[in-house]
Design a protein around this ligand. Structure first.
Ligand code: GDP
Length: 298
C-alpha cells in the first residue's frame, strides 16, 4: 500500500532539490502536486483540502533554515502533517479499572473482524493478559466455528453459545460472556459481532443493542483499507448507528492506494488504534502514526 503515493511525493520533492529558496509560486505548485498525489491515492476530499492548506501555510511561514534546504523543509512539513492527519500520538487501549475490560468489534462482513479478534487476543496474551473471545456473530452459520479456530491458533479461550443457552441471541451471549469471564478470571473480553456485506439497519441495531447490554470499554470499528473511498461512508454509518472509540485498519498489506487509511481519522475524529498487515495472527500491531508517515515518505 502507498507505493504510488510514495512515488508521487518523492518526485514532487525531488523537483524542489535544485531550489535555493522557495517562492510563493513554488509553494503553490508543490501544493498542487501534493493535492493531485493525495486525490490519486483515494484520500477523501475534505482531508486533502485540510492537509494541503496546512502544508501551504507552514511552507509559506517557514524560516530560511541553515540546517535544512527547501526540499528537506517541505519533506519535514509533509511528514509532520501526515502524522497529524493519522492522529498524532499512538492511542493505547483503555483497560477497565475493574476487570474484565470489554472490547467490542464492529464492522462489515469481510472486513477482517474475526481474524482481528484472534490477532488482538494473541497480542494481549503476549502482554500477560488472559483474553476471552466471544462469538456474538450468529448470522453466518460457520462464524462460531471460525472464531473457535482462530482462538485455538491464538492460544486463548472462546465463549460460544451452548445449546439452550442463548442460541440465536447474540445479546444474551455477549451478556453471559462477561459473567463467564469474571468467573474464569479473564481480564479482557473481545466480542466479535456480526457483519453484513453492506450497511444494514438491522445489523446496526443489533450491534447497538449488544453495546447497550455490555457497555464496552472500547468499541473498535474494523475497516478494510482496501475498500478505498467506501471506507469513509462505512465509517460514518457505523459512527451514526453504533458509535465507536477507535479504528482498526485491516489489509494494509494490500495493493490499494491507501486513501482510506489517511482519511478515516480526520473524517471520524476517532484514533486509528491497530493495524493488520496480513492473514497470519502475528501480522498485527498497535498503530503508530509516525511510523506510517515514515513509510509513506520512505
Ligand atoms: P469478518 O467477516 O469481518 O469476520 O472477516 P474475516 O476475519 O473472516 O476476514 C475476511 C478475509 O480477509 C479472510 O480471508 C482473512 O484471511 C482476510 N484478512 C483479514 N485480515 C487481513 C489482513 O490484514 N490482510 C490480508 N491480506 N487479509 C486479511
Amino acid at each position: 500500500m502507498f507505493e504510488t503515493l510514495s512515488d508521487r511525493l518523492t518526485s514532487v520533492f525531488s523537483s524542489l532539490r535544485s531550489k535555493g529558496r522557495l517562492s510563493d509560486a513554488d509553494i503553490d505548485a508543490t501544493c498542487r502536486e501534493i493535492r493531485i498525489a493525495l486525490l490519486e491515492a483515494d484520500v477523501a476530499l475534505p482531508v486533502v483540502k485540510t492537509f494541503v492548506a496546512q502544508v501551504k501555510e507552514r511552507a509559506r511561514g517557514a524560516e530560511v533554515s541553515q540546517a535544512l534546504n527547501p526540499a528537506q523543509q517541505v519533506v519535514k512539513i509533509v511528514n509532520d502533517e501526515l502524522i497529524e492527519i493519522l492522529g498524532g500520538e499512538t492511542r493505547r487501549l483503555r483497560y477497565a479499572k475493574t476487570p474484565p475490560t470489554v472490547i467490542m468489534l464492529a464492522g462489515l462482513q469481510g472486513a477482517g473482524k474475526t481474524t482481528l479478534a484472534g490477532k488482538l487476543a494473541r497480542w494481549l496474551r503476549e502482554q500477560n493478559h488472559t483474553p476471552l473471545l466471544v462469538a456474538a456473530d450468529l448470522q453466518r452459520p460457520n462464524a462460531v466455528q471460525q472464531l473457535s479456530v482462530v482462538a485455538e491458533r491464538a492460544g486463548v479461550a472462546v465463549y460460544a453459545p451452548e445449546p439452550g443457552n442463548g442460541v440465536g441471541d447474540p445479546i444474551a451471549v455477549a451478556r453471559q460472556s462477561i459473567d463467564h469471564a469474571r468467573r474464569q478470571q479473564h481480564d479482557v473480553v473481545i466480542i466479535d459481532t456480526a457483519g453484513r456485506l453492506g450497511i444494514d439497519q438491522e445489523l446496526m441495531k443489533q450491534a447497538a443493542d449488544i453495546r447497550d447490554a455490555v457497555t464496552p470499554d472500547e468499541v473498535l470499528f474494523v475497516v478494510d483499507a482496501m475498500i478505498g473511498q467506501d471506507a469513509v461512508s462505512t465509517a460514518q454509518a457505523f459512527m451514526d448507528g453504533v458509535g465507536f472509540d477507535g479504528v482498526v485498519l485491516t489489509k494494509l498489506d494490500g495493493d490499494a492506494r491507501g486513501g482510506a487509511a489517511l482519511s478515516v481519522r480526520h473524517i471520524t475524529g476517532k484514533p486509528i488504534m491497530f493495524a493488520s498487515t496480513g492473514e497470519k495472527l502475528e501480522d498485527f500491531d498497535a498503530f503508530h502514526p509516525d511510523r506510517m508517515a515514515s513509510r509513506i515518505l520512505d
